[in-house]
Design a protein around this ligand. Structure first.
Ligand code: RB5
Length: 152
């Protein structure tokens, strides 16, 4: 799998930990930052990751995913979801991570660095990464989400 990762200043250590985890699992990760402690705006990083994932998916590179973090995961997930083609799921534990892939075909996972601990965060990423989309009845529902991007 290939990943694009990004976060604001609130999540730099956790993002680096998760990037290292993905690389240790054999995945390719392009880490888009931020890299310092200086305050930055989470929409910029949600947009950067979202645009990369959407562009790759538009090229039918279906093994490309995004990892985004901010303090709560809320702002950056909202921002990423504004990019057409992105289905970003804010996950707090393994069940939502599993369902976001199995039922929603999420292609970006969001976490809140001030919400989840490092162990839970690693579990979320492992489960998200390992869970395939079930398709079937869920495919039509996901298609309806995509249709909303064109104004519904
Ligand atoms: C930054 O302080 C914080 O607002 C941001 O990381 C995030 O939690 C926003 O949703």
């Amino acid at each position: 799998m290939r990943w694009f990762a990004g976060s604001d200043h609130a999540a730099v250590p956790l993002r680096r930990q998760l990037v290292a985890l993905l690389r240790a699992l054999g995945d390719e990760v392009e880490d888009l930052g931020t890299d310092g402690e200086a305050s930055v705006d989470y929409p910029d990083y949600g947009a950067m990751v979202g645009r990369e994932v959407a562009a790759a998916r538009a090229r039918h590179e279906d093994d490309v995913f995004g990892l985004v973090l901010c303090g709560t995961g809320i702002g950056i997930s909202i921002a990423a979801n504004k990019v057409p083609g992105v289905r970003c799921a804010l996950c707090h534990e393994a069940f939502t991570a599993q369902m976001s892939r199995a039922h929603n075909d999420a292609n970006v996972v969001a976490l809140g660095a001030r919400v989840v601990g490092s162990g839970v965060a690693e579990t979320i990423v492992r489960v998200f990464r390992a869970t395939p989309f079930e398709g079937g009845r869920h495919a039509n529902r996901v298609a309806k989400i995509t249709a909303l991007e064109g104004g519904g």
